[in-house]
Design a protein around this ligand. Structure first.
Ligand code: NAP
Length: 247
């Protein structure tokens, strides 16, 4: 795999799936530009760990739902690195509630981070990918965007929308040698699923064909493959990684 020296921007990389993607890409010699919005301690720990292992990692603290902040970050990256080869739109949040109880703020917040955040970064970064005639974009969706889930109408809507976004970008950018795919994880052990109680977790595991929750490594391995030349004819796809939760 010809990864070394390439530049990857990963949103929501301070924790969970994003942090694991950052670590694995850095080990391949990729320059990792790790975004986060608030978890300074986790982000600094990630940077130290990558640097200790001989990798390159720079931190970019901003809220991906902020259009201007996203533009400023991408502009500063281009000034310094001249290119962005890989974009992983991974930042995501949940604010669960039944529709009857869901506030406008809960709906807007989730859509703004999960969907508009991906738009903000992809819009600014793809300009430079087009110039460079190369790029790979991965949008982190969820099987919830395909299945729906009671109490997660905002989250499901944002993740379903990311799939339409992915397919449209794949059609728009394919002729410029830019591939765009979505990854749709099932239940992966991170802070996001830590909120579930033991009974909810047991019920969930029972509905997974492989009878276990996924790991951040499971997802990062798929992302690594999709970025690689081995995946050079894959675009516009949604790859589920759910252990058979969604078949
Ligand atoms: P996580 O552990 O909660 O981490 C979320 C990451 O997103 C953190 O680094 C967080 O950084 C960052 N973030 C949140 N809001 C942000 C914002 N406005 N701007 C920039 N960064 C922001 O979540 P995860 O489980 O790793 O999930 C990662 C992605 O996978 C999400 O898109 C999620 O929807 C998707 N996913 C997860 C699962 C699962 O089971 N875990 C399943 C399907 C899909 P700060 O704390 O610094 O804000």
């Amino acid at each position: 795999m010809k990864f070394a020296g390439n530049v990857a921007f990963i949103s929501g990389a301070s924790k969970g799936i994003g942090a694991q993607i950052a670590k694995q890409l850095a080990k391949k010699g990729i320059i990792v530009l790790a975004n986060y919005s608030s978890s300074d301690e986790a982000a600094n720990k990630l940077q130290q760990e990558i640097r200790r292992d001989g990798g390159e990692c720079e931190l970019f603290k901003f809220d991906v739902s902020d259009f201007e902040a996203s533009k400023e970050a991408i502009d500063s990256i281009i000034k310094q690195y001249k290119k962005i080869d890989y974009l992983i739109n991974n930042a995501g949040i949940t604010q669960d509630n039944l529709l009857m109880k869901m506030s406008e703020e809960e709906f807007d917040k989730v859509l703004n981070v999960n969907l508009k955040g991906a738009f903000n970064i992809a819009k600014h970064a793809s300009r430079w990918m087009i110039k460079n005639k190369f790029g790979v974009i991965i949008n982190m969706s969820s099987v919830i965007g395909l299945m729906g889930n009671a109490g997660q109408s905002n989250y499901a809507a944002s993740k379903a929308a990311l799939i339409g976004f992915t397919k449209s970008l794949a059609k728009e950018l394919g002729s410029r040698n830019i591939r765009v795919n979505a990854v749709a994880p099932g239940f992966i052990e991170t802070d996001m699923t830590e909120k579930l109680n033991i009974i909810q977790k047991k019920t969930l595991v029972n509905s997974v064909a492989l009878k276990r929750l996924g790991t951040v490594e499971d997802v990062a391995n798929l992302v690594e493959f999709l970025l690689s030349e081995e995946a050079s004819y894959i675009t516009g796809e949604v790859i589920n990684i759910s252990g058979g939760l969604y078949i």
